[in-house]
Design a protein around this ligand. Structure first.
Ligand code: SAM
Length: 251
């Protein structure tokens, strides 16, 4: 992949030209990237992008690297709004914008709003939005505080930071290179989810839905919180590994 990236040629071309000489500048660029990779730098940072829902999103060290399991959140979002003519959708903690932009591209007539506390993340999200030709309104700030007061939505989605601050996964693999703000709530892993659920009734339209991605062992807690706050039809959906990964309900 690194050689494909440096030479800007597809894999089939590389296989067909496997005895060609590589130009010195390209060779040096490849060796430098390979050295960074050996030190653990994520492929998405070396390439500068990651594919998500068949779209190519720019990725930098300022945003979470989009994960395949988050595609489930987009699929649920699109299913939830499929019968609404001009649905209003809010994505809280948008990062590189993958969820908001994928929903906006999947339903161009939807009015999609996205927020993040990180200004740097919002810059990446806006670049992605422009490059992919989507229509999304962006607001900066903490969860619902970022929004203008009148905002009410048919659907709220979020992939908030849900790793507990003492979780050993924070010190392994790609995660070491991602913004801590995108990974952990600095507490028990559920504090951002708690805030999002607690504030949902003030921002959902009657009959509106909330869906959130969460950790592999958090589905029961998230379901309980949703029911306590009056949500109906609460359910969790499994990712491709069969782990309940996305939980939501209707108010
Ligand atoms: C797990 S990342 C998700 C990014 C993106 N939605 C995705 O799925 O790839 C969580 C995002 O929440 C943002 N965030 C963290 N704390 C926040 C807060 N208090 N208010 C709003 N956004 C916050 C982070 O900056 C980060 O972009």
């Amino acid at each position: 992949m690194l050689l494909e990236h440096v030479l800007q040629k597809p894999r089939a071309w590389l296989l067909a030209h496997d005895t060609d000489q590589v130009a010195p500048a390209a060779g040096a660029a490849f060796l430098s990237l390979a050295a960074e990779r050996r030190q653990g730098k994520p492929m998405a940072h070396l390439l500068g992008y990651r594919e998500f829902m068949d779209y190519r999103f720019n990725v930098s060290a300022d945003v979470l690297i989009p994960r395949p399991e988050t595609e489930l959140l987009v699929e649920v979002a699109l299913r939830t709004i499929e019968r609404l003519q001009q649905p209003t959708v809010l994505d809280l903690g948008t990062g590189s914008g993958v969820v908001a932009i994928s929903v906006a591209l999947g339903r161009p007539e939807a009015i999609v709003t996205a927020t993040d506390i990180s200004v740097k993340a919002l810059i990446v999200a806006q670049q992605n939005c422009q490059q992919l030709g989507a229509r999304v309104q962006w607001w900066q700030g903490a969860w619902y505080e970022a929004l203008p007061p009148e905002g009410r939505f048919d659907l709220i989605v979020s992939n908030p930071p849900y790793i507990a601050s003492d979780d050993e996964h924070l010190f392994q693999g790609d995660v070491r290179f991602e913004p801590s703000l995108a990974l952990t709530d600095g507490a028990d892993g559920l504090s951002a989810i708690r805030l999002i659920i607690a504030g949902a009734d003030r921002h959902l339209l009657p009959g509106g839905s909330l869906w959130m991605e969460h950790g592999y062992d958090q589905a029961d807690d998230v379901q309980e919180m949703l029911r306590k706050h009056g949500f109906r039809n609460v359910q969790s959906l499994p990712d491709l590994a069969g782990i309940p990964r996305v939980t939501g309900g209707t108010l």
